[in-house]
Design a protein around this ligand. Structure first.
Ligand SMILES: Cc1cc2nc3c(=O)[nH]c(=O)nc-3n(C[C@H](O)[C@H](O)[C@H](O)COP(=O)(O)O)c2cc1C
Ligand SMILES: C=C(O[C@@H]1CC(C(=O)O)=C[C@@H](OP(=O)(O)O)[C@H]1O)C(=O)O
Length: 382
């Protein structure tokens, strides 16, 4: 399996849902970055299971950083971290080993790995693997935040219940944080009530429900990305499709732009006092043109499918008997994976941004910075 994301900042995720632990390594992290483990834990708690709108599996999701930092500061060496799995109930997967769940990875994984894959809890395909993604992304976010880059996501819709879209030219940061820190990450009270109702109704019916997440990256410089396969949108989309359950990614007006005229969709340039000296007056492009960031906020949306594991009877096959069969999934499952995937989208965005920032300038400066020995050497573990 290849579970690495990024070229300059390489995050590799490992583990299975019911193994002893899951975790990640991060290569290419810049040295000298102070990381608050408390803030990291708080970010990861937004994704962690629990509560009436999520799976009942109880996991504290405590990050244990094994190396790569000295006294809370990154040291330039690869960082490795684990999250222990503490609440597995592998007996829930006895039936599933023979009766693959429709729309989960069970059957294609059985064929690809010839029965050697870990079936328990979805193994390496589980949404649980988004915990280490959130760990790595949470570290990247802290590095970006101190450079004025803000990443915020919300549930734009759950089923047919809709929140208001974000303003693509930017949101007031304090107001946004206040709004997003309610029970469900949404911008309006009305959306919170209607989405909660839709999720609880789906759960009660033994069913599940899909969602759309909208995310905005503010404070980016113009110039990240490049043409063709170097596009910042391509990098982001690649990372976002790594989140289990993502079925669509769109930037700016996305598919809606295909129904517009050029005169409606174009974002006019205007002179601006801010770097780089010009900015688009509208942001239908979602902050990216020619694969390169324009300095307008990057805005993207991801479509999250409804959770495949549902209690309602489903048609499947019996692998051992080679005949059609029926399955109603028992066990602990999210009625709407979109809810907990909101911070995961932010985490992937942070990893993509930091990876791009670390790629270096396209034009080499005439004079190279020549670092010297710092005045005070640091001796730790004394
Ligand atoms: C945060 C999160 C939680 C998830 N929880 C569940 C779950 O409880 N039950 C389930 O069947 N799928 C869950 N999923 C989705 C499956 O992992 C996913 O549908 C499966 O791996 C197949 O991948 P695909 O949907 O991308 O094809 C979750 C995904 C995420 C991101
Ligand atoms: C544990 C998490 O979510 C799990 C994601 C998941 C799946 O198939 O994706 C299936 C369930 O696993 P289990 O049957 O072991 O409870 C969820 O609980 C998590 O996200 O931390």
């Amino acid at each position: 399996m290849n579970t690495t994301f990024g070229e300059n900042l390489r995050t590799t995720v490992f583990g299975q849902s019911h193994a002893d632990a899951i975790g990640c390594t991060i290569e290419g992290l810049p040295a000298g970055e102070s990381i608050s483990v408390d803030a990291l834990q708080a970010f990861m708690a937004r994704r962690a299971p629990g509560g009436r709108l999520a799976t009942q599996r109880k996991e504290p999701d405590t990050p244990e950083i094994l190396c790569g930092m000295v006294e809370g500061v990154t040291c330039g060496a690869p960082l490795a971290a684990i999250i222990r799995n503490t609440n597995q109930r592998s007996q829930d997967y006895k039936a599933i080993a023979d009766l693959p769940r429709p729309s989960h990875a069970d059957l294609p994984a059985e064929v690809k790995y010839q029965g050697h894959q870990d079936v328990r809890g979805g193994g390496a395909f589980s949404g649980r693997l988004t915990a280490p993604i959130t760990l790595a992304g949470g570290i990247a976010l802290q590095i970006l935040e101190r450079r004025g880059i803000r990443i915020s996501a919300h549930l734009l819709s759950v089923g047919t219940a809709e929140d208001r879209p974000m303003n693509p030219m930017g949101e007031n940061p304090e107001d946004l944080q206040k709004r997003l820190s309610r029970g469900l990450p949404v911008l309006t009270d009305d959306a919170e009530a209607r989405m909660t109702e839709a999720i609880l109704a789906a759960r009660k019916a033994g069913d599940s429900i899909g969602a759309v997440i909208e995310c905005m990256i503010e404070g980016l410089p113009c110039g990240l990305g490049g043409p063709l396969f170097e596009g910042f949108d391509g990098k982001l989309a690649f990372g976002l499709f790594g989140i289990p359950g993502v079925k669509g990614v769109e930037f700016g007006r996305g598919f809606e732009a295909s129904r517009m005229k050029g005169s409606e969709n174009n974002d006019p340039w205007e002179i601006s006092p801010d770097a780089p000296g010009a900015k688009p007056r509208t942001n239908n492009a979602g902050g990216i043109a020619g694969g390169i960031t324009t300095a307008a906020p990057v805005v993207f949306r991801i479509a999250m499918k409804p959770t495949p594991s549902i209690a309602l009877a489903q048609e499947t096959i019996s692998i051992s008997r080679r005949e059609n069969a029926e399955l109603g999934v028992r066990g602990r499952h999210d009625p709407c994976i979109g809810v907990r995937a909101v911070p995961v989208a932010e985490a992937v965005a942070a990893l993509a941004v930091l990876d791009s920032l670390l790629s270096g300038p396209a034009v080499l400066p005439q004079t190279l910075e020549r670092p010297s020995i710092p005045t005070l050497g640091k001796i730790s573990n004394e």
